[in-house]
Design a protein around this ligand. Structure first.
Ligand code: ATP
Length: 239
């Protein structure tokens, strides 16, 4: 197998005396969907925030495309191509859909033509955003806001897209839509790291998966392997 695009080694994060992430290792391979699944409070969001540089790592090393990015500031991590999708509800509701997408490109140094071309690509992926481009983001449904958040992150020209529970608070049919879209985006070549409590849906679309429990990775395998794993079925799939 080729070298991983992003590699995390011995990552620890503590909040005061609470060690939320206890020295975990995982890898993202280019062009794959990798998921980190686990229960509420297991340390998923903390792991993602540490990758984005938004919480301090107590220990460990993050390598991206062969470069050590462990201590980089969040905006440098974004402009390097590792981009976290904001929570759906965090779209800027008093701005239009188009303005939200334009904001996503704020770290880019390439020209207006390249940004406009990317916006068109995003409108092709999410026709609903094109229809509502001049409307306020605040008038979108929850699912549409999640699409907008993904589109906005894509405007930053990511090589790796990080998502924290995009299914949260959405009806099952909308969740299916979002996950189908993630797979489409992935097929276009984007590497995806998906953190989810919706274990079944996440494992279904993942090439590679890790299970985190109380800050430690306890299982890893292909999405299909973990879907068939009795321990995963007992603990997370209600089988
Ligand atoms: P959730 O699905 O609820 O977001 P999670 O798996 O993402 O769960 P984290 O949010 O990463 O879990 O939390 C892991 C642990 O760290 C929990 O025990 C949580 O209470 C603790 N924690 C997270 N953020 C902080 C913080 N800012 N200060 C103190 N403790 C925190």
């Amino acid at each position: 197998m080729t070298a991983p695009l992003l590699k995390v080694e011995g990552l620890k994060v503590s909040f005061g005396h609470v060690e939320a992430v206890k020295g975990i290792d995982f890898q993202l391979h280019e062009g794959q969907i990798t998921t980190l699944v686990g229960a509420n409070g297991a340390g998923k969001s903390t792991t993602l925030l540490a990758l984005s540089g938004l919480v301090k790592k107590t220990a460990g090393r993050v390598t991206f495309d062969g470069q050590d990015i462990t201590g980089l500031a969040p905006h440098k991590i974004v402009s390097g191509g590792v981009v976290q999708v904001a929570e759906g509800r965090a779209t800027l509701t008093t701005l239009t859909v188009r303005e939200n997408l334009e904001l996503g490109a704020y770290t880019r140094r390439d020209g207006a033509a390249a940004r406009a071309a990317d916006m068109e690509r995003i409108f092709t992926l999410f026709p609903v955003l094109k229809d509502r481009a001049e409307g306020l983001a605040g008038n979108l449904s929850g699912g549409e806001q999640q699409m907008l958040a993904i589109g906005r992150a894509m405007m930053a020209k990511p090589r790796v897209l990080l998502l924290d529970e995009p299914s949260m608070g959405l009806a099952p049919i909308i969740v299916q839509d979002i996950f189908r879209t993630l797979r489409e985006i992935n097929k276009l070549g984007l590497t995806i790291f998906l953190v989810e409590q919706n274990v079944r849906q996440a494992l279904k679309i993942a090439d590679r998966a890790y299970v985190i429990e109380t800050g430690e990775i306890v299982l890893e395998g292909s999405g299909r392997e973990l879907l068939g794993n009795p321990r995963v079925q007992d603990a997370y799939l209600g089988n």
